[in-house]
Design a protein around this ligand. Structure first.
Ligand code: C5P
Length: 223
């Protein structure tokens, strides 16, 4: 890692697929001026490369691609397809792949660009592997049908041809793989605050998390 910036605010979020973590993490990041990294997008990018450049797909090729990741390129809509999601959860089981992306994530978490007051990362292993000393840790979840419906609506808005049942099946499969894999499985750590977003609007989920953060920041005299 380059330098570890001191006195920055670090927020770590883990969540299963389509639980609304990304949406709320973006809002939280905006509110506290934090650098936001959706780590799932890195695994999605790798999955996309595997699907589209199968012959070139090797350690060296990936290393170069990861070294030259532009955060903006992670917003590419092609990364949102269900095929990419499924492949992402397959490649994410590989120790080699996780090692390759590890320092990229840690660097951004501990050394975010100067204009930000800190960082907010979301993914599957953020609270215990990438930012284990985060100031705030959250585990955001929602029941599976709600998550599938949210993802189905997102995919429909992108004109993807997919049914609700297909989305549900795909999310169930990913949950199973993400929770049960040997390396860096998805889990709620004891020191993470559980947020169930099933019956929360985006706004109320944001306010619930903000309240928790503000309370501790006030207690510590930071605001
Ligand atoms: O968060 P998102 O659904 O975009 O993540 C896609 C896949 O990438 C997940 O299903 C998971 O297998 C993998 N992932 C991971 N570790 C992370 C973030 C995502 O294994 N920190």
């Amino acid at each position: 890692m380059k330098v570890k910036r001191k006195n920055i605010l670090k927020i770590a979020i883990d969540s299963p697929a389509a639980a609304g973590a990304g949406t709320v993490a973006k809002e939280i990041s905006k509110n506290y001026n934090l650098f936001y990294l959706d780590t799932g997008k890195i695994y999605r990018m790798i999955a996309y490369l595997k699907l589209n450049f199968p012959k070139k797909f090797n350690q060296n090729f990936l290393k170069k691609k990861i070294e030259s990741i532009k955060i903006k390129s992670l917003s590419n809509k092609a990364l949102l397809s269900d095929q990419v999601s499924a492949e992402a959860s397959i490649i994410a089981k590989s120790k080699n792949i996780r090692n390759l992306v590890h320092s990229f994530q840690v660097n951004l978490a501990y050394n975010p660009p100067k204009k930000f007051n800190g960082s907010c990362l979301d993914g599957r292993d953020i609270t215990y592997k990438i930012v284990p000393d985060a100031d705030f840790k959250f585990f955001i979840t929602a029941n599976i049908k709600t998550r599938a419906l949210r993802r189905y609506r997102e995919l429909k808005a992108l004109n993807k041809k997919i049914s609700y049942q297909e989305v549900l099946k795909s999310i169930k499969k990913r949950d199973k793989s993400d929770y049960s894999r040997k390396i860096s499985p998805l889990k709620k750590t004891k020191d993470s605050v559980l947020i169930n977003s099933t019956n929360l609007t985006k706004r109320s989920c944001f306010l619930k998390i903000k309240k928790i953060i503000d309370k501790k920041l006030k207690l510590n005299g930071n605001i």
